[in-house]
Design a protein around this ligand. Structure first.
Ligand code: SAM
Length: 216
């Protein structure tokens, strides 16, 4: 089966059937070629219902999780969004389709470079990359309409709350090193409303406002 047909099946069976409805999210998931974001030896599994290794001990998230987080974030065409954990760049491409500007931070330089090359080849010009500790956000371009964190944090990093616009939304997995709860945060007058979405399993968010960095 060609990749396009596999992608259509993925959207139908893994995403729509599990309740994702936002038509903009569905059309971005139909458009973005997930197989170009995974190493060549995993391409035949690119549209299966699972996270996959992308090198450096990191993973590209399960397609359903990408769709669920994107729908919860509710990106709008005029939004400026901050993403923490670029990884393969797949979630970045989905967001780049749906917002005005995406600022994305990754701590592993090799992954930043790899994602930057893939997004460049796909023609995205609204994505800005940085290698560094995303638990500190990216203050230079703050405030952001939306923030998405794609690694598991022990708590919501304070700088990310500060860099979110009033009324802005943040989606972030919070919990232990091994399992987390996916949370939707809405900023209200220096306070936050917190809604639990579902249980999830992400690689750790390392950094000053997250898990303590160590030699891996
Ligand atoms: N959204 C990505 C995708 O579509 O491929 C998957 C992200 S992967 C599950 C989590 C990423 O967060 C890893 O690439 C990891 O290196 C990165 N990460 C962990 N701690 C970080 C930090 N403090 N700042 C930026 N990136 C971090």
């Amino acid at each position: 089966m060609d990749f396009e047909t596999q992608r259509e099946n993925m959207v139908e069976t893994q995403i729509k059937r599990r309740g994702i409805k936002n038509p903009r999210v569905l059309s971005a998931m139909l458009k973005i070629p997930r197989h170009v974001f995974v190493p060549s030896n995993f391409q035949k599994l690119a549209y299966s219902d699972q996270p996959l290794p992308i090198g450096e001990g990191q993973t590209i998230s399960q397609p359903y999780m990408v769709a669920l987080m994107t729908e919860a974030l509710d990106p709008q065409p005029e939004d400026k969004i901050l993403e923490i954990g670029t990884g393969s760049g797949y979630q970045s491409a989905i967001l780049a389709e749906l917002c005005r500007e995406l600022y994305t931070v990754e701590r592993i330089p090799q992954l930043t470079i790899r994602a930057q090359n893939i997004l460049h080849d796909l023609g995205y010009e609204n994505v800005f990359f940085r290698t560094g500790d995303g638990s500190q956000g990216w203050s230079e371009f703050a405030p952001y309409d939306k923030i998405i964190v794609t690694a598991g944090a022990p708590q919501i990093p304070q700088p990310l709350i500060q860099q979110l616009k009033e009324g802005g939304r943040m989606v972030i997995p919070v919990g232990s090193r091994f399992t987390q709860e996916l949370k939707l945060i809405t900023k209200r007058e220096e306070d936050v409303e917190i809604e639990n979405i579902c249980g999830c399993v992400f690689v750790p968010l390392w950094g000053k406002y997250a898990w303590e960095e160590r030699e891996e």
